[in-house]
Design a protein around this ligand. Structure first.
Ligand code: 13P
Ligand code: SF4
Length: 324
C-alpha cells in the first residue's frame, strides 16, 4: 500500500525547532501547491544546503552540497528539475541532463565567485602558465568550465588536484579554497583572486571571540573562508562534510562558519547539539523562495539553456570530476 502523501500540515513536525509556529501559516499554501505541482509535472526539486528550512526540509527531493547535487543530478528520472540554489548549480544540472527541462526560480541567483572570472581570463592563465592543467571550481559559468581540464568542488578539490599528477595546477577562481588546498599538498597551486562574499567576511578574531564566549565550542569552517580562519578552526570541509562531522562527532556545542541556513538545516536532524549562530547570509541563495519555486513550476520558468558548443566542453570537465 502506498503511504499517505505529505501535506504541509504533516511536514511541520520536522521543522518546528527552527520555524516558529507564528511563521508557519505563511508557508502552508505554497508548500501544498508545490507538492501538487511536482506530481503534475513529474518534477523534482534539488536544493542546496543553504536553502531555508521550509524549502530544504519540506519541498526538496534531493539535498546536499554542490558535489552531491551534481552526482545526484546524473540519475534524476523526472521530466523537470527545479534547482533551489544558485545559477551555476542549475547550469551544472543542465549540463548533466541536456534533454530535461531545468528551471531556476530566480535568474538573479548568482555567485560572487562565478562573477570573478571569465572564459578569456582562463585562456590568459593558460598562456601565462603553459602546460599547467586548469582545475575550476564548480562555482563558475559554463563558459569558464568549458576552458577547464576538470572541475572540482570544496568536497573533492584535494582529490582532483592529486588526480592530475602534475607538479603545478592552476586552481580557479577561489583564492582561499586554492590556498587551503595548497596547504595540504606539495603540488604548486596557482591561484586567482576570486572570493566568496559570504565566507571572506569571517575572521580569525571572530573565532577567538566565539571560543571565549562559548568555552569548548567546536568550530567548523567552510574552505572558502580565509586560510587564517581555517587555521584556527577544528575542522574545515564542504557543507556536506560539516554536516557529516556533526552527525559523527555529536559535539555538545558547535558553530558553523558558513551561510546561516546551514545551521538551521543541520539542527533539525540534531536536537541534542547546541548551535551557536554567528553566520553570514548569501543574498543569492536567499533569492530562492517557496513563492518563486511555485511560480517556476506553474509558469515553466526560468528555463536554463547553455550554448551547445560551450556545453559539450563544460560537460567534459564536470564529468571528469565525477569520476575522480
Ligand atoms: P559546497 O559545495 O560546500 O556545498 O559549497 C557551495 C557553496 O556555494 C559554498 O559557498
Ligand atoms: Fe557563491 Fe558564496 Fe553564495 Fe556560495 S555562499 S553561492 S560561494 S556567494
Amino acid at each position: 500500500m502506498i503511504g499517505a502523501l505529505p501535506t504541509a500540515a504533516s511536514l511541520y513536525e520536522r521543522v518546528r525547532r527552527v520555524i516558529p509556529p507564528i511563521e508557519w501559516p505563511a508557508f502552508v499554501d505554497d508548500i501544498d501547491a508545490i507538492l501538487a505541482l511536482k506530481r503534475e509535472r513529474n518534477a523534482v526539486i534539488l536544493a542546496h544546503n543553504y536553502q531555508t528550512p521550509e524549502i530544504f526540509h519540506c519541498v526538496a527531493d534531493i539535498v546536499g552540497d554542490s558535489l552531491a547535487l551534481a552526482r545526484k543530478a546524473m540519475s534524476v528520472e523526472a521530466d523537470v528539475i527545479v534547482l533551489a540554489g544558485v545559477h551555476f548549480m542549475a547550469e551544472t544540472a543542465k549540463l548533466l541532463n541536456p534533454d530535461k527541462t531545468v528551471l531556476i526560480p530566480d535568474l538573479g541567483a548568482g555567485c560572487s565567485l562565478a562573477d570573478s572570472i571569465t572564459a578569456e581570463d582562463v585562456r590568459l592563465m593558460r598562456q601565462r602558465y603553459p602546460g599547467a592543467p586548469v582545475a575550476t571550481y564548480v562555482n563558475t559559468s559554463a563558459a569558464v568550465k568549458a576552458e577547464s581540464d576538470i572541475c572540482c568542488t570544496s568536497g573533492n578539490a584535494l582529490a582532483v588536484v592529486k588526480s592530475l599528477g602534475a607538479p603545478r595546477v592552476i586552481m580557479l577562481p577561489d583564492e582561499y579554497l586554492a590556498k587551503n588546498i595548497a596547504a595540504q599538498t606539495k603540488v604548486e597551486i596557482v591561484t586567482w583572486n576570486g572570493h566568496c562574499e559570504v565566507h571572506e567576511r569571517f575572521t580569525a578574531a571572530d573565532i577567538r571571540e566565539l571560543r571565549e564566549a562559548h568555552p569548548g565550542v567546536t568550530v567548523l569552517a567552510h574552505p572558502e573562508c580565509p586560510p587564517e580562519v581555517v587555521a584556527v578552526s577544528d575542522f574545515a570541509g564542504s557543507t556536506a562534510a560539516m554536516s557529516e562531522y556533526v552527525a559523527r562527532n555529536k559535539p555538545a556545542r558547535v558553530v558553523l562558519m558558513t551561510e546561516c541556513s546551514m545551521s538551521d538545516n543541520v539542527a533539525v536532524e540534531h536536537p541534542d547539539v547546541d548551535f551557536v549562530r554567528p553566520c553570514n547570509l548569501c543574498p543569492h541563495m536567499k533569492r530562492i523562495t517557496l513563492a518563486n519555486i511555485r511560480t517556476a513550476l506553474e509558469e515553466n520558468r526560468h528555463i536554463v539553456t547553455i550554448d551547445p558548443r560551450v556545453a559539450e566542453r563544460a560537460r567534459r570537465a564536470v564529468e571528469r570530476m565525477l569520476f575522480v
